[in-house]
Design a protein around this ligand. Structure first.
Ligand code: FAD
Ligand SMILES: O=C1O[C@H](CO)C(O)=C1O
Length: 527
């Protein structure tokens, strides 16, 4: 079998980026062409096997874990063409879906173009980044998938299907955030813009100031991120705009040095393994080494970088991450509530949080049609949409209404809060108490979890078999099926219908437990 199927290996161990999950699939494939992918899918159908496609394995959860067949598209990493639209000031680049985002950025930068907006890293694959709803942080940009013009997928019948806004738009809406369940994305066309620099300010701001300025802050620049340090009662506010200014030198980073990094990880290790009450001291110490003590709101440190260096960040260590999105207007209440809980928990010694708690925003409201972009310049803000189709499984709040750029306010925005807990030197830190409280708070504020992350849920909400509470590992996902069905309603039903059409034999229903406990499939579908 290993010999006849393209790129097959039987002795491969998969580990996700964080190193939390690993698995030994029966076979691991790295196909080199769409034909190869079709052959593998057809073989899986014949042999009654399931396939998981893994991109760069950066999803924090166990969503890519399988003991059946695992496919990776790292060998399908060519750029197939770049078509410029000079009048509308963009270009459409067509690539194999295994290409990594940082590689695509290198290719584009040599030709004067750039990806419009990015998350914190550029390691993801073109296919993987959209499959979980990856986003950056901006009042004018939405999910990364809104930059995609078209997708080519190999579905569960081994058919090659091209989908875009005109051709099978409903399959596009399912495949643009599919959790790998609609088909294998083998090619994609992405809308990119002329290369831009980002001029950013990095300000040290009191937590209370952020809350007081909530109505103004989020629309004050095209790119914006807030890193909250609860025990220091401070935030770092990073605001960026497109700019023609000259590059500056790189900002210095204490934890970016070898000594700073190891020392930080060592301090975390001590606080996790030996003395948890040490955690707030570690946070304060690290904060002051990295950012100093003075508040600098309104006159922060300035840097001009290329867009990738500006938008990506140093994510430090292996980590658990639980991220939810809710209406941004609910932010002050949510943050105050989390603040009270974190403070109280530290007093009681119940749990401690790691930092930063990332506070970000996105604008996933879409216009009815793609706007005219002929007036844009290289530094014009805002999205140049590749499509205006909302993915069925888009986890951002429904019921927010599109407004043109000049009228965007907090009313259009999703607030993302990201609870990160590090695993210093690979040691698991307890997360259950903190993440459960976080999830309850975000859920009550109209939030939903980011699909890729380590949300936990509870046995009350899970579907499929559950265990006794004691039988779960602290970090094990219990599931959220009933909530997910309530939150997504008709959109989930539509997604499920398209999934059944595109994959009637359940070839992509590997990791069934994950899909079942979260209600992506119904128990009847997996029996
Ligand atoms: C350090 C770090 C920083 C991050 N920063 C952000 C951030 O700023 N914003 C954010 O939203 N997320 C962020 N993430 C999450 C990350 O962007 C997503 O998990 C993304 O989906 C990972 O892409 P990947 O290529 O690694 O996909 P994988 O994790 O390998 O796979 C993710 C899902 O996509 C499916 N898939 C992969 N390739 C294909 C394909 N070709 N066809 C069909 N399905 C496919 C898989 O089956 C799986 O369901 C971060 C993660 C880490 C570890
Ligand atoms: O999942 C994520 O990890 C980083 C935080 O370290 C980030 O921004 C995500 O999103």
């Amino acid at each position: 079998m290993d010999k006849i199927l393209p790129g097959a290996r039987s002795n491969f161990r998969f580990k996700n980026w964080a190193g939390i999950y690993s698995a030994k699939p029966q076979l691991y494939f790295q196909p080199s062409s769409i034909d190869d992918v079709v052959k593998i899918v057809n073989a899986a159908r014949r042999l009654n096997k399931t396939i998981v496609t893994v991109g760069s394995g950066h999803s924090p959860s166990d969503m890519c874990v399988t003991n059946e067949w695992l496919m990776n598209l790292d060998r399908m990493n060519e750029v197939r063409g770049l078509v410029e639209n000079k009048e509308q000031h963009y270009a459409d680049v067509t690539v194999d879906a295994g290409l990594r985002i940082y590689k695509l950025s290198e290719y584009l930068s040599e030709r004067g173009y750039a990806i419009q907006n990015l998350g914190s890293i550029s390691e993801q694959s073109v296919g993987g980044i959209i499959s979980t709803g990856t986003h950056g942080s901006s009042p004018y940009h939405g999910l990364v998938s809104s930059q995609y013009v078209s997708l080519t997928i190999v579905n569960g019948l081994g058919e090659v299907v091209n989908v875009d806004s005109e051709n099978h738009p409903e399959i596009f809406r399912a495949a643009a955030l599919s959790l790998g369940k609609i088909g294998i994305i083998v090619r994609a066309t992405i809308r990119v813009v002329p290369t831009f620099k980002i001029r950013s300010t990095l300000e040290v701001v009191n937590f209370e100031t952020i809350l007081e300025q909530w109505d103004h802050i989020w629309t004050s620049s095209e790119f914006i991120r807030c890193w909250w340090y609860p025990y220091t009662r401070k935030c770092i506010l990073w605001r960026g705009t497109k700019s023609n200014d000259s590059f500056t030198k790189v900002r210095s980073s204490w934890w970016g040095t070898t000594v700073g990094r190891y020392f930080y990880e060592f301090l975390l290790w001590v606080s996790v393994k030996i003395y948890p009450a040490f955690t707030p001291y570690v946070e304060r110490f690290v904060f002051h080494r990295q950012y100093g003590k003075a508040e600098t709101y309104g006159y922060g440190d300035i840097a001009v970088q290329n867009s990738i260096d500006g938008l990506n960040m140093d994510c430090l260590f292996s980590q658990f991450v639980d991220e939810w999105g809710c209406p941004l207007n609910n932010g002050p209440e949510v943050l105050r509530s989390l603040d009270r809980s974190i403070t109280q928990a530290a007093k009681n010694g119940d749990f401690y949080v790691h930092v930063p708690v990332e506070v970000r925003c996105s604008n996933t409201c879409l216009p009815e049609k793609i706007p005219d972009y002929s007036d844009r310049t290289e530094i014009s803000p805002g999205a140049v949409y590749g499509n205006v189709l909302r993915p069925y499984l888009d986890a951002t709040p429904r019921g927010l209404h599109y407004a043109p750029l000049s009228d965007v306010s907090n009313n259009q925005l999703t607030l993302y809060i990201n609870a990160t807990i590090y695993r210093p030197f690979g040691v698991n830190t307890p997360i259950h108490k903190w993440f459960t409280l976080f999830e309850n708070t975000m859920g009550a504020a109209g939030g939903k979890p980011h699909w890729a992350k380590n949300f936990l849920g509870s046995t009350d909400m899970a579907a499929g078999p559950t265990k006794s509470q004691e039988a779960y590992k602290d970090y094990e996902m219990r599931g959220m099926a009933t909530k997910i069905s309530e939150w997504y309603g008709e959109d989930l039903l539509k997604f499920q219908e398209i999934r059944r059409q595109q994959d009637p034999e359940n070839v992509f229903l590997a990791n069934k437990d994950w899909a079942l406990k979260n209600g992506i499939v119904t128990p009847e579908e997996v029996i």
